[in-house]
Unconditional design. Structure first.
Length: 179
């Protein structure tokens, strides 16, 4: 929990600095995340303790130059390496993206269901419900989840709406066991 709070402070500071210098921090961190996710070697160098801080910084600086990252992003990540806090970078990136989405007035989430494709009418109803509840535009991706027996699970930020058969059966079971 402490790391999430620290990550939130870094994220807020990064976004504010980016605003002052007209740098799209969320976009830069998204590009960096994509590169890290594609390369196990890069991920190992940045996050494993096997490599020295200097080795990490040299590799990161090469990546930052190739991606054209701003000095704000580059210096922040170098600072995280120096302070041995690079491990919270994924949390910082997640917080930056969530804060950036909130500032843009939308939220991201997923709908899980058993079918290969979701009924568009149902998806529209869920999006309308979320928009009315939060006053922001939801962007929901559909994911098929074969572990569900039937129904849907909707996850948006910290909210989870579980209308699956499995959840209903679990609630029923708990109600019987508690009597």
């Amino acid at each position: 929990m402490k790391e999430k709070s620290v990550a939130r402070v870094y994220a807020k500071s990064l976004l504010e600095l980016g605003d002052e210098k007209n740098v799209l921090i969320a976009d830069e961190l998204t590009k960096l995340t994509e590169v890290i996710n594609k390369s196990n070697e890069l991920e190992n160098v940045l996050f494993l303790e096997l490599f020295t801080m200097e080795e990490k910084k040299i590799v990161f600086m090469d990546v930052a130059a190739k991606l054209g990252l701003s000095p704000i992003t580059t210096e922040t990540i170098k600072y995280l390496i120096d302070e041995k806090r690079i491990g919270i970078l994924p949390l910082i990136i997640k917080e930056v993206i969530v804060m950036d989405d909130e500032r843009k007035g939308f939220m991201k989430g997923t709908i899980e269901g058993t079918e290969s494709v979701i009924d568009p009418v149902f998806k529209d109803k869920i999006e309308t419900f979320l928009k009315n509840k939060f006053g922001r535009d939801p962007h929901l991706d559909y994911v098929q989840n074969k572990k569900l027996s039937a129904g849907y699970k909707v996850t948006v930020e910290d909210l989870q709406l579980d209308a699956s058969l499995d959840n209903q059966l679990e609630h029923f079971k708990q109600s019987i066991l508690s009597e």
